[in-house]
Design a protein around this ligand. Structure first.
Ligand code: F6P
Length: 368
């Protein structure tokens, strides 16, 4: 039995190895690819650039360039050569060595009747003799990547964002680092909240998704977690805080996602603090974590995910599989057609297992 399994495993390994070697290095050698990073930055972008670039150069003998400032560089033909030396020493760096922007080349600018940007992009792609552009970004970036692919360009997308809201993948890199940063901030709020017997409201990023609030809220032991995906009742929130204090607790930690419903002229945190002060006798303070969630060195998990995504993107290019976004489900990497991703969001399921577990432990999500 054991020996039979060993033979099977061996056969599997041999077939896997021979499949791999089917990508003939000489058939991809000399191919020229470009990388760009677009949208809001996040930890892990350089690790992904390095993953794509080094695999493309070392394994496949490709030539690699990087467009500066997202899609703006592709429009302006502004790029840098990325050789092995330029890709060295960047794994741990925050931000992106290529720069980024929120340029949307298919969006007609106000006051104009014609958009020449897609045409310029096609011209530059051809003049530079490119075989593929790797677009690293969030939802907006994937949408543009899909439109470029429809225009006939070879494109691969890599999902990144601290918000973790890209459709078609379980995870985006940047998320793990942001959760760690937010968790550390919540940890620090506990002691000052206890000392002053206060309710502390901490607002985290996430755009319209509650992933960061949910994960950091649980990791940091938040008493109340408010996310856009679950409608909250402000009276219930305030009552729960009061009840906590009347039971002898000396503080309350409220973790809130920036995207919850609130008056337009206020941040989520200031709205909650004003309501807590108004509806209870408890002193409340707000912390808006802001851009520190996006800055600095990526966590180990983000470095690994970004590296895997980057390397996998280079493998897809070598196979000539374009118009795809790299994705992860469980621990398995795959390619998802860009057309299935564009314009959609990955939001927290209100029945998410973590939410159920947290509710069972007394955490309030504002609704029950
Ligand atoms: O998408 C990442 C993100 O940090 C969101 O969490 C936030 O809402 C947004 O970007 C902020 O965007 P900007 O960098 O344009 O201020």
């Amino acid at each position: 039995m054991g020996q039979a399994k060993y033979v099977l495993d061996l056969q599997y390994l041999i077939s896997k190895f021979s499949n791999r070697s089917k990508i003939n290095r000489s058939s991809v050698m000399g191919k020229k690819i470009a990388i760009l990073t677009a949208g809001g930055d996040c930890p892990g972008l350089n690790a992904a650039i390095r993953g794509v670039g080094k695999t493309a150069i070392v394994k496949y003998g490709m030539e690699v360039i990087g467009f500066t400032a997202g899609y703006s560089g592709l429009i302006r033909k502004d790029f840098v050569e990325l050789d092995e030396q330029k890709l060295s020493g960047i794994l741990t760096l925050g931000g992106t060595i290529l720069g980024t922007s929120r340029e949307k080349p298919f969006k007609l600018e106000k006051g104009l009747t014609h958009n020449d940007k897609p045409g310029l992009i096609k011209k530059n792609y051809e003049e530079l003799g490119l075989d593929c552009v790797v677009c690293i970004g969030g939802n907006g970036t994937m949408k543009t990547a899909h439109l470029l692919s429809q225009e006939g360009l070879n494109v691969i997308g890599i999902p990144k964002t601290i918000d973790n809201d890209v459709f078609g993948t379980d995870l985006t890199f940047g998320f793990d680092s942001a959760v760690s940063i937010a968790t550390e901030a919540i940890d620090r709020l506990h002691s000052t909240a206890n000392s002053h017997q206060r309710a502390m409201v901490i607002e985290v990023m996430g755009h319209n998704a509650g992933w960061i609030a949910l994960y950091a809220g649980i990791a940091g032991g938040g008493d109340i977690i408010l996310i856009p995906e679950i409608e909250y009742n402000i009276t219930k929130v305030c009552k729960t805080i009061e009840e906590r204090f009347s039971k002898g607790k000396v503080s309350a930690i409220v973790v809130v996602a920036e995207g919850i419903s609130k008056p337009e002229n206020m941040s989520a945190a200031s709205y909650l603090v004003s309501k807590i002060q108004q509806l209870t006798k408890i002193e409340a303070r707000e912390t808006r974590l802001g851009y520190v969630q996006r800055g600095g060195s990526p966590s180990a998990m983000d470095r690994i995910l970004a590296t895997r995504y980057g390397a996998f993107a280079a493998e897809l290019i070598a196979k000539g599989k374009f118009g795809q976004m790299v994705a992860i489900h469980g621990d398995v990497l795959s390619a998802v057609p860009l057309e299935e991703v564009g314009g959609k969001l990955s939001l927290v399921d209100p029945n998410h297992l973590l939410i159920k577990k947290a509710r069972n432990m007394g955490v309030l999500f504002g609704d029950e």
